[in-house]
Design a protein around this ligand. Structure first.
Ligand code: NAD
Length: 368
């Protein structure tokens, strides 16, 4: 078997700081679990602009297309605010998502027991929560034509178009059903079929794919507005939620924050299967480059660590090792370790990015 390949793009701001801790964990798997990766590193975002005058070189793009998974830190920062839109750091990330055709965005909302009190909801509502939102990422109202601001009579009109083809719906539905089979075998599809034709088609196609290919998975449908209410009321009723780009944008942010800090949230963006059967994949924390704390050793590396755990599970068929990483994170939090973003009102002393990495590695050692 060939060694699985991983391209690391640490990016800007706290990106390299949190990624340094993930590198240690990757090395740990090579040393202690005989799970070795062929790791290459490259530049993205502002760092790539500084070196090459572009936020992503063609060579890096080509490498991203070849590897089994890309792991990205974060891009952006005030230094690049005045750059032309075409070379802004975020364009590097957008190019990766577009050219790799990453149509399924996976955003877990998982509540670690020790942080249940950190949520804005009652702790019994969120304790033990583990749901996954699958958001369609490359179509829908953010991309549909016509779009723009036009003049009509004596006023301006803003236009965006919600447009979904059958195949775009079918492929993201398949991603959700496949995921559900590895979890609790339950999918809830959300749209607004009561007021939108694209929602009617969405519901039809999801139902057809389910009947033809995934009858073993439990499927339900919900209007997206009712889904938002249910997510706040009793989120544990869900396992996998699949929804379009716009609703998914909002519902995934909302669900994620049920569980606490931005520094804890991983994500995956998956595309079509490659020749080896693995999906095209990019894993990244939800947070940005946090220029306000960059270079100070304050960043929480857990979102990036959990993104690597997602890579283990979804790209490398190493679900048990992903569980091991998540359990190590659970352990350090239960032991009371907190980076500054998780301190809240408790007033205890925060640990640094490296100290959090040390503790996760120690917990991994203990798991052996
Ligand atoms: P941000 O996520 O960088 O930061 C928001 C707040 O959360 C800040 O106070 C920050 O200190 C805190 N925070 C974020 N991650 C943290 C972590 N791991 N540990 C501790 N605290 C953390 O969002 P922003 O301030 O709106 O954006 C900053 C830059 O990042 C901008 O240039 C923006 O364009 C870029 N950005 C990039 C991505 C990405 O790379 N995917 C995503 C969002 C924003």
């Amino acid at each position: 078997m060939t060694t699985p390949s991983l391209l690391i793009l640490a990016g800007d701001g706290i990106g390299p700081e949190v990624m340094a801790q993930v590198r240690r964990i990757i090395d740990w798997f090579g040393d202690k679990r005989d799970l070795k990766f062929e790791v290459s590193e490259d530049l993205v975002g502002g760092a790539a602009y500084d070196a090459h005058g572009t936020p992503l070189t063609d060579a890096t793009m080509a490498r991203a297309q070849e590897v089994d998974a890309v792991l990205l830190g974060a891009v952006g920062g005030p230094k690049y605010d005045d750059l032309d839109f075409s070379v802004k750091p975020e364009r590097g990330l957008l190019r990766l998502r577009k050219e790799m055709d990453l149509y399924a965005n996976l955003r877990p909302a998982q509540c670690f027991d020790a942080l249940a009190d950190f949520s804005s909801l009652k702790s019994d509502v969120v304790a033990g929560l583990d749901i996954m939102i699958v958001r369609e990422l490359t179509s829908g109202i953010y991309f549909g034509e016509p779009r723009g601001i036009i003049h009509e009579g004596n006023e301006r009109v803003g236009i965006n178009t919600q447009r979904y083809t059958e195949s775009e719906i079918a492929r993201v539905a398949r991603s959700a059903f496949e995921l559900a089979r590895r979890r609790s075998n339950k999918v809830c599809s959300m749209e607004k079929a009561n007021v939108m034709e694209s929602g009617v088609l969405w519901r039809q196609v999801v139902t057809e794919i389910h009947a033809a290919e995934y009858p073993d998975v439990e499927l339900s449908h919900m209007y997206a507005d009712a889904g938002a209410m249910q997510l706040c009321r009793w989120p544990k009723q869900f396992d996998v939620i699949v929804t379009d780009n716009l609703f998914g944008d909002m519902l995934s942010d909302m669900a994620a924050m049920l569980t606490g800090s931005l520094g804890m949230l991983p994500s995956a963006s998956l595309g079509a299967p490659m020749a080896n059967g693995r999906p095209k994949a990019l894993y990244e924390p939800v947070h940005g480059s946090a220029p306000d704390i960059a270079g100070q050793g304050k960043a929480n590396p857990i979102a990036c660590v959990l993104s690597f755990a997602m890579a283990l599970r979804y790209s490398f068929d190493a679900g048990a090792e992903a569980d091991r990483v998540e359990a190590a994170v659970q352990q350090v939090l239960a032991d009371g370790l907190r980076t500054a973003d998780l301190i809240g009102e408790e007033g205890r002393a925060p640990v640094s990015t490296t100290e959090m990495g040390d503790a996760i590695l120690a917990a991994l050692d203990e798991s052996l």
